[in-house]
Ligand binder design. Structure first.
Ligand SMILES: Cc1cc2nc3c(=O)[nH]c(=O)nc-3n(C[C@H](O)[C@H](O)[C@H](O)COP(=O)(O)OP(=O)(O)OC[C@H]3O[C@@H](n4cnc5c(N)ncnc54)[C@H](O)[C@@H]3O)c2cc1C
Length: 456
């Protein structure tokens, strides 16, 4: 084979990471991309999502951003408030984000992001979706030959051979388990001890309450914080929906650590957890219909030893699940996709052919480009959660002093998501340009390591 775009690309999972992988490779001109997804359709939960400039930059390259932005809310400020009193601890102005980073910080509906990626994929003849088809086993990691077995729902299993396998199969990734087992490693689950309710209120539900309407009509992202808990809230979908995402101690899932990730929650339990929050918050939580409370378990892993083996690599939550406190989980999965497509596209053709070993090295370059950055954001999200959830005491007093100082001077904020220095680090990142600039050096560096017998 002398043309990288003839390589067969297989993707497991059609979540944000999987959809983005398919689209990224199609945009690079690859001609055969197959996506295998257990579910019968996209089936995204109703929830909001943060759309930061570093994500917009990637989506715009693929022609997906304009439509998403048209429905999204452009955030012009972020207000961090004490949950119990609604007192503002800090107000961070974000009106200049677009000027600073080329794109605004928006918040939108998950279905809008996923729908645009899917629509982009559907416009690419190279991409074939196999819904209701689950990966059952990985038979060979390559790089010479990658093969795996899938089972269509209600049908017979069959084996697929491919050149590159991208595992975007989420936090419960079976590819991750198989890959780590093959190198005698494992993925240590970190118990975050946290769970989240996700709530969407419609304009008609809020219409009777002027204080709520003011929030819905604003361009402000709000965070109410209290001991061991917080709530993030913002308007989405052309301000027809107010999205709330909470974070509280995990009590419901503790008994079944690895089995379940979402559960139907109990409304009275939810109201009790936030019982000491201000009346405005409680009135909003009370609008959730009985029986429609959904609670998510928030999971995390210790950093993995490797993401790549042969011509198989991990993408998104499969390799770097994160607490949602920086709003970067899906963004990181989509950035992974853009970077892995850049790396594979850049594989050199030597003497008219592509060496199998070079494919593996290209995937390792992807891993090198992404690992430190994603793990540092995962750690920062966890750190931010610890700071936001402080109980009474010296540490909380110091945190609130820093909030007050930031309010006066407009400098760093203890809530990392809203902190201008952290925003700069996250928002200015152009993962595609970085991959283009660093690929050649990293790729040849890995070759040298191999010659010296260092790499496995
Ligand atoms: C409460 C909460 C709030 C969040 N808020 C934000 C936010 O504001 N901004 C943000 O960027 N991120 C946010 N995130 C994180 C974000 O949702 C995830 O990081 C992101 O969706 C991960 O995408 P993924 O494609 O890696 O995995 P997933 O979305 O989990 O997709 C994996 C897919 O693989 C499929 N699959 C699994 N196993 C198989 C198999 N064997 N065969 C075939 N298919 C398979 C699954 O059905 C699924 O469709 C939040 C997360 C939570 C829990």
């Amino acid at each position: 084979m002398s043309d990288v775009t003839d390589l067969r690309i297989s993707v497991i999972g059609a979540g944000m990471g999987g959809l983005a992988c398919a689209l990224a490779f199609a945009k690079k001109g690859f001609k055969k991309i197959d996506v295998y997804e257990t579910a019968s359709n996209l089936g995204f939960v109703g929830a909001g999502i943060q759309l930061a400039p570093n994500l917009a930059r990637v989506l715009d390259r693929w022609g997906c951003w304009a439509k998403i932005q048209a429905e999204a809310t452009t955030v012009t400020s972020s207000s961090i408030r004490e949950g119990s009193t609604n007192k503002e601890l800090a107000l961070v102005q974000m009106g200049d984000v677009s000027e600073l980073y080329g794109y605004p910080h928006c918040v939108g509906h998950r279905a809008s992001l996923a729908g645009s990626l899917f629509e982009g994929c559907q416009n690419e003849p190279a991409i074939t979706f196999h819904f209701s088809t689950a990966l059952e086993s990985l038979n060979a990691f390559g790089p010479d030959k990658v093969s795996f077995t899938v089972r269509p729902r209600g049908g017979e299993t069959y084996e697929v051979e491919t050149d590159i396998l991208l595992a975007a199969d989420g936090i419960k990734s079976s590819v991750r388990t198989a890959l780590l087992r093959s190198i005698n490693s494992s993925a240590e689950v970190e118990d975050t001890g946290q769970a989240a309710y996700r709530i969407m209120l419609s304009r008609s539900q809020m219409a009777h309450d002027p204080e709520m309407l003011e929030l819905l009509d604003s361009d402000c992202a709000l965070r109410w914080i209290g001991e061991k808990r917080h709530i993030v809230a913002y308007p989405i979908s052309n301000k027809s929906i107010y999205n709330l995402s909470t974070c509280q101690p995990d009590t419901n899932f503790a008994a079944a650590p690895s089995v379940t990730y979402t559960t139907r929650g109990d409304k009275s339990a939810m109201l009790k957890v936030y019982g000491d929050f201000c009346p405005l918050v409680l009135r909003m939580l009370d609008l959730v219909p009985e029986g429609e409370v959904c609670e998510w378990r928030l999971r995390s892993h210790k950093p993995l030893e490797r993401w790549t083996l042969g011509a198989v690599t991990l993408i998104g939550d499969a390799c770097h699940p994160t607490l949602p406190h920086l709003g970067q989980g899906a963004t990181m999965a989509i950035e992974d996709a853009a970077v892995v497509a850049e790396c594979v596209s850049a594989v050199p053709v030597v003497d008219g052919k592509i060496e199998r070993d070079a494919l593996s090295r290209a995937l390792q370059v992807y891993e090198l480009l992404r690992k430190d950055r994603t793990y540092s954001l995962v750690e920062m999200a966890a750190f931010s959660g610890r700071t936001l959830h402080l109980g009474e005491g010296q540490a909380k007093e110091e945190r609130d002093r820093q909030f007050a100082e930031a309010r006066k001077k407009g400098n760093a904020v203890p809530d990392k998501w809203a902190s201008p220095d952290v925003q700069k680090m996250i928002y200015s990142h152009d993962c595609v340009t970085e991959a283009q600039e660093k690929f050649a050096e990293l790729f040849s560096g890995l070759a040298t390591e191999r010659t010296n017998g260092v790499a496995k």
